[in-house]
Design a protein around this ligand. Structure first.
Ligand SMILES: Cc1cc2nc3c(=O)[nH]c(=O)nc-3n(C[C@H](O)[C@H](O)[C@H](O)COP(=O)(O)OP(=O)(O)OC[C@H]3O[C@@H](n4cnc5c(N)ncnc54)[C@H](O)[C@@H]3O)c2cc1C
Length: 399
């Protein structure tokens, strides 16, 4: 059978990594995903397995102990993992964004101190922009860091929706430092907040209250973070210079968008696989439902959506790997893949008939995972804003 979403022109190393990850997903993730997800249990053993495979250091350069692979390799690995269980891709995604930001924007000291331990998964990253009062409108961040006479900063405020908030030991947090710049987004700074994993007041002035109870995407912890007079040194500023946080975070989310597109492709592939198997087993009116044209056409549509989303995701990743700007393509890929994922999971659910509504069937879980992708790393409306802005700039009329 031709597998969906095959990628052309991969190196031998990329193929080897993908084949290893695919086997791991089939053997170690898919058989356990339903049970762990329904119990909202953290996938500790799976995470240990990923550490052994070197996944936490996939894109970290070899000089810092990682595998030095490309964004494309990372995205294809994420696609495979999300085919097994999206929450596992959530465990690595914020880590990957933070490692990428440290690599691109960190000082030499920050890179040398953090990246080798991030490559092994000893240090685990979380990424924090959102607050209770804002998500899309990042420039409006209210959590504030005030510089003290001794050069340290004191942070007060509340952050929201930290994926891996409890299990991480390093949070890249975007806060307001008021650099006196005219534009609000130029007054934001990223702090690399190091903390122990866990919940409660983990260090003086920094509290992770507990897990947010979510509709899906269970197992991986999503939390709030409360700063209350939290003191941190100026050496924890990413890159050492305040006021650059907005651009650093946007760089991080841009690669994050390719990752979300990859996740959406992975879930869609799984939804398709489940549907095409079920449609050949379930019989109505004397024949397998796959032989009813209405169902066969659904399968054709689903596979076409998977291929289109995958192709756009691969294009966005390859542009970035080639050192070119990919904001428009990453926005397009995230938009298309997440919208298609919502459609494909719904189509698969409908093909399953009543059984799709039972917790015994995997499609029930995928149906609860897909909606998150419409929101995370920027909603569809925000992607359309980015894409249209880029297009209008590119096609601006010469007056
Ligand atoms: C499970 C989960 C995990 C998350 N993990 C993280 C994380 O690790 N780190 C992190 O920082 N954040 C995280 N988030 C937050 C996520 O990034 C935000 O939820 C998202 O950016 C949307 O922000 P919001 O929820 O505040 O919605 P809002 O910004 O309030 O938007 C509400 C609605 O208005 C629309 N809208 C907003 N502005 C416009 C506009 N200008 N034009 C048209 N429509 C508009 C939006 O599209 C949306 O439909 C997570 C969220 C969830 C649910």
């Amino acid at each position: 059978m031709t597998r969906l979403a095959q990628t052309a022109d991969l190196t031998d190393i990329q193929q080897e990594i993908l084949s290893t990850v695919r086997t791991f997903v089939d053997k170690e993730i898919i058989p356990h995903a339903q049970e762990l997800e329904h119990a909202d249990a953290y996938p500790t053993e799976i995470v240990e397995g990923l550490k052994e495979l070197g996944i936490f250091g996939l894109m970290i350069p070899e000089e810092y102990g990682g595998l030095g692979e490309s964004l494309l390799t990372y995205a294809l690995v994420v696609e495979e993992i999300a085919r097994g269980w999206m929450s596992v891709s959530g465990v690595i995604n914020t880590h990957f964004i933070v490692a990428y930001m440290v690599l691109q924007h960190g000082t030499a000291e920050q890179k040398e101190r953090l990246l080798p331990r991030m490559a092994t998964g000893e240090v685990r990253g979380a990424f924090s922009m959102s607050e209770p009062g804002l998500g899309s409108d990042v420039a409006g961040i209210r959590t504030k860091a005030v510089r003290q006479a001794d050069g340290d900063y004191v942070i007060d405020g509340q952050k929201m929706w930290l994926t891996n908030g409890g299990s991480s030991t390093l949070v890249a947090a975007l806060v307001r430092t008021d650099e006196g710049a005219e534009k609000a987004h130029q007054n934001l700074t990223t702090f690399l907040v190091e903390k122990p994993a866990g919940f409660g007041e983990v260090v003086p002035g920094l509290t992770i209250p507990g897990k947010i109870d979510k509709m899906g995407y269970k197992g991986v912890d999503t939390t709030e973070l409360v700063f209350d007079g939290y003191r941190i040194g100026a050496d924890a500023i990413l890159g050492g210079v305040p006021g650059r946080g907005f651009a650093q975070m946007m760089d991080g989310v841009e690669v994050g968008r390719v990752n979300v597109a990859a996740r959406a492709c992975g879930i869609s592939i799984r939804a398709f696989e489940l549907a095409i198997q079920y449609a050949q087993q379930r019989e109505t009116f004397g024949k397998p439902i796959a032989q009813h044209q209405a169902i066969a056409f659904q399968l054709a549509e689903m596979a076409t959506k998977v291929e289109a989303a995958h192709a756009l995701m691969v294009k966005a990743a390859r542009l970035k790997d080639a050192g070119r700007r990919n904001d428009v393509e990453a926005g397009m890929a995230k938009l298309l893949a997440s919208e298609y994922c919502a459609e494909v999971t719904t189509q698969s659910f409908r093909i399953h008939g009543g059984y799709g509504y039972s917790k015994e069937y995997e499609i029930e879980r995928l149906m609860r995972e897909a909606p998150f992708l419409l929101i995370g790393e920027g909603t569809s409306e925000i992607q359309k804003t980015i894409v249209s802005r880029g297009l209008l700039k590119e096609y601006a009329l010469k007056r």
